[in-house]
Design a protein around this ligand. Sequence first.
Ligand code: ADP
Ligand code: MG
Length: 325
Amino acid sequence: MDEFTLIDHFLKPIAGSRDDVLLGIGDDGAVVRPPAGEELVIVTDTLVAGIHFPLALAPVDIGYRALAVNLSDIAAMGGTPLWATLALTIPEADETWLRAFADGFSLARKAHQLSLVGGDTTRGPLTITVQLIGALPPGSALTRSGAEVGDAIYVSGTLGDAAAGLEVLQRGTPHSAEEEFLVARFARPTPRIALGLALRGIATSCIDISDGLLADLGHIATASGRGARIEVARLPISPACRSVFAKQGVIRFATAGGDDYELCFTLPNDTDVRRLEDTTPIHRIGVMTEGPPGVVAVDEQERVLALRETGFNHFAENTSQETPQ
Ligand code: ADP
Ligand code: MG
């Protein structure tokens, strides 16, 4: 199968259609018409086999994940996704693999009026790069830099499932419904597009959690020039994660695990969150402080916890805290 047959058979059928795509797959470049009066938001994310996902991950999940992680970046910016490009580097043109990959990509695309307008296909070690372009009203992009002292810190969904799922995968195959749930949270993250849209004009900052809560909330703290104080007891943890792993592991996954693709955002303290809760489950986990910029985690007794990738232990109040890099 040559490159062009591959594109015709596996990629054109999953392109989806939009009236604003004047020229899609098939020419040297795509031509699109931006929505009148809107700003464009552009994101890109690469997945390298063996680095961003285990080699054993099913091709349908690889396809899903490649698009979903980019949708998550658009969600974090408060954008509506419009057009995607796909740069696909594959070791060989295996039809079964390609069909499953395309199915997964298509599955992640389904809930959104999104069109695949072009890309590139090359032979080499398995690497997938997706670029997504979205739109939003002028000045309404959510950023990392607007959090104020006293703002409440929220996260969507539950934290730590994806890291727990990755650990399950690395041990072998899942043995229970709970383990399967955790693996699915890694393989098929849920991009929070509806929440991102609802946060426009309300959130003072927003980020998606790809590297772990401490690292990503740390980016909000640094960009905003504020401190962030979170209460570990308030972190939303799924029943599956609690049932499969011991407490220390659960806290490590939830704070340092990464790959959850939930949103972390800040809101003025008195914000009515009911409209947000209508779109997505959210949980209040802490408050922005005077600083210094960085994240401090406390337990129920207000003791500062030193969290790192290998677990946590108690420190006296006011001790500086390590966060994973
Ligand atoms: P060129 O050689 O001019 O760069 P290609 O032969 O690489 O063009 O691609 C032909 C058409 O197929 C282009 O419209 C390109 O955007 C599209 N295309 C190539 N690879 C992909 C892919 N992986 N996903 C979507 N579209 C693709
Ligand atoms: Mg060309």
